[in-house]
Design a protein around this ligand. Structure first.
Ligand code: UT7
Length: 352
């Protein structure tokens, strides 16, 4: 059961007219082809862990604000597991979650990372739900954070205009099936045959064992944009349809639909193909760009902060990313009240 939520972006907002001149792009092209007007990039020295910490602190404050009946777990440690979803960890080893737990003062809780690129939040949510369902943890902090701006090659205007930085966090606790906040089902999948469609080729064991085959450019995104676009539309559509069938919802039952904010044209194509009735989709890509794993919790926090999500609404999430990976989740929106946003985006919501 979802009981806390927060989204953060770094303060530096980069409009389309402020993108590097070498990209020879313009506001009209970027808006028309991606739907993005502004994205946020970190200042030098700010890491994924820093954004994750900010989102986590706010989500935990929210969760602690209204302890559910019968639970005293809001006294430290407020959670007994921490999962970080990211494809931009601060370093290859160790995982980010233990350090995040330490920075939060959570003590020696279970902590690990999930690497499923832009599907990472849904994968991490499924992992948390499984851990709670198995009785391994009572309350789990899930944080999705990316600093994608550091992966953009200086000459790559395709990826450059799209990718951005941000973090989102949720707190899950054991709850009753069917109560507001409960997650009713997941659909997860992958196709490793497409692993080269979007990748960062260097920086791993392969490159270290054969350094002559790699160059510094391999530490940046390499994306076949059009192919990725088509896979994103197909996979998010199919995954959404499979999950709707599994949880017994018709398309009309979906009150709110939140897809990974990859590209506004992808979002429209997926909603049309499912097909969803008009007005159900939530999107904030125009103000945040593509923030990978963070994009769904950021969009949720944004929508909750703008009163576009209401208690008990049926919410469908769907995501697609490198791997290839995809995943969807169906949930009933919890009882949350908005509190102020950070840099005009997202903002935590409080258990009310
Ligand atoms: O997060 C999950 C995975 N990621 C995605 O889902 C991203 C999916 N892909 C996309 O969003 C789009 O493919 C991009 C936004 C990355 C690129 O848009 P596109 O419409 O697919 O462009 P394209 O790469 O097919 O290029 C079309 C034209 C080319 O010019 P020519 O060869 O037709 O003359 C490019 O050089 O657009 C040109 N172009 C640009 N022009 C101005 C590509 N990027 C830019 C740019 N500004 N930033």
């Amino acid at each position: 059961m979802l009981e806390g939520l927060a989204g953060v972006v770094p303060p530096r907002a980069v409009g389309n007219n402020e993108l590097p001149a070498a990209w020879e792009t313009d506001d009209a092209w970027v808006r028309r082809r991606t739907g993005i007007g502004v994205r946020h990039w970190v200042a030098p020295g700010v890491s994924t862990g820093d954004l994750a910490l900010q989102a986590a602190v706010r989500a935990l404050d929210v969760a602690a604000a209204a302890p559910p009946d019968g639970l005293d777990a809001v006294t430290p440690p407020p959670v007994d597991a921490v999962i970080v979803a990211t494809s931009t960890p601060d370093r290859p080893m160790p995982a980010m979650a233990p350090q995040l737990a330490h920075r939060l003062g959570l003590g020696q809780v279970a902590a690990w990372d999930v690497a499923a690129a832009c599907s990472g939040f849904v994968y991490a949510l499924a992992t948390a739900a499984g851990v709670i369902g198995a009785g391994i943890a009572h309350r789990v902090l899930v944080v999705a954070a990316e600093v994608y701006s550091t992966l953009i090659a200086p000459d790559d205007r395709g990826a450059g205009v799209v990718f951005a930085d941000g973090a989102g966090a949720v707190v899950l606790r054991r709850g009753e099936h069917g109560e507001p906040g409960s997650i009713l089902g997941f659909d997860l999948g992958s196709d490793g045959a497409g692993h080269e469609l979007i990748e960062v080729p260097g920086g791993g064991a392969l490159a270290r064992s054969a350094p002559d085959r790699y160059t510094p450019a391999d530490l940046h995104f390499r994306m076949r944009g059009r192919d990725v676009f088509q896979h994103a539309v197909t996979r998010m559509t199919l995954s959404s349809q499979v999950l709707l069938k599994n949880v017994g919802w018709s398309v009309d039952d979906v009150d709110r639909f939140v897809a990974h904010q990859a590209n506004a044209r992808i979002l429209s194509a997926v909603a049309d193909r499912i097909p969803l009735p008009a007005g159900r989709q939530i999107a904030n890509i125009d103000r945040v760009g593509n923030t990978g794993a963070a994009s769904i919790p950021l969009a949720l926090a944004d929508a909750a902060g703008n009163s576009r999500l209401h208690t008990g609404q049926r919410v469908l999430l769907t995501s697609f990313g490198a791997g290839l990976t995809w995943g969807s989740a169906a949930l009933l929106w919890p009882h949350l009240a908005p509190v102020p946003s950070v840099h005009g985006v997202g903002g935590p919501v409080r258990s009310a």
